[in-house]
Design a protein around this ligand. Structure first.
Ligand code: ATP
Length: 134
């Protein structure tokens, strides 16, 4: 069996990332989990958060807006509504989204609270992950 993992990150907009990596850490709904080659198969839902992968000496950071992870011995497939590599995150846009969500959360009678909270969590995670490239 190979000693690498194929990491595929797929969104409705297409394949965001595909590469052979050594290790993947992602934000599962039940907590963070790490995957090395030869891991047992499992399927989990994901939280809004950061996916980290290691490839040799390189570490990569990717924003993932929840979704699903399918883990196999030589493969990790992430299916998410939105996923963005740290370097491609538009921080200004995320800051605007954060402000908008905070304003909406102050007027809960006018806006859908759960939706605003999810938008706020996406924005906070994007800002945090973008920092990783600095
Ligand atoms: P916004 O209100 O700024 O659209 P959002 O959290 O509602 O933020 P999503 O619905 O999660 O946005 O994503 C819609 C599309 O916009 C996706 O393709 C996502 O990758 C992209 N996107 C959203 N925010 C950013 C960002 N800060 N940087 C880069 N791409 C972004």
């Amino acid at each position: 069996m190979a000693d690498k993992l194929t990491l595929d990150i797929v969104t409705p907009y297409g394949l965001v990332f595909t590469d052979q990596v050594d290790e993947v850490v992602a934000a599962g709904s039940e907590g963070e989990f790490g995957v090395l080659p030869h891991h047992a198969r499992f399927l989990t839902t994901l939280k809004i958060g950061m996916l980290t992968y290691k490839k040799g000496t390189e570490t990569g950071y990717i924003f993932v807006s929840g979704g699903y992870a399918e883990v196999g011995p030589d493969k990790v497939v992430i299916l998410a509504d939105s996923a963005t590599k740290a370097a491609d995150i538009d921080v200004e846009r995320a800051r605007e989204a954060k402000k908008r969500a905070e304003e909406r959360l102050k007027q809960k009678d006018k806006f859908d609270e759960a939706r605003a909270e999810a938008a706020l969590n996406r924005a906070i995670a994007r800002i945090h992950i973008a920092e990783k490239t600095k």
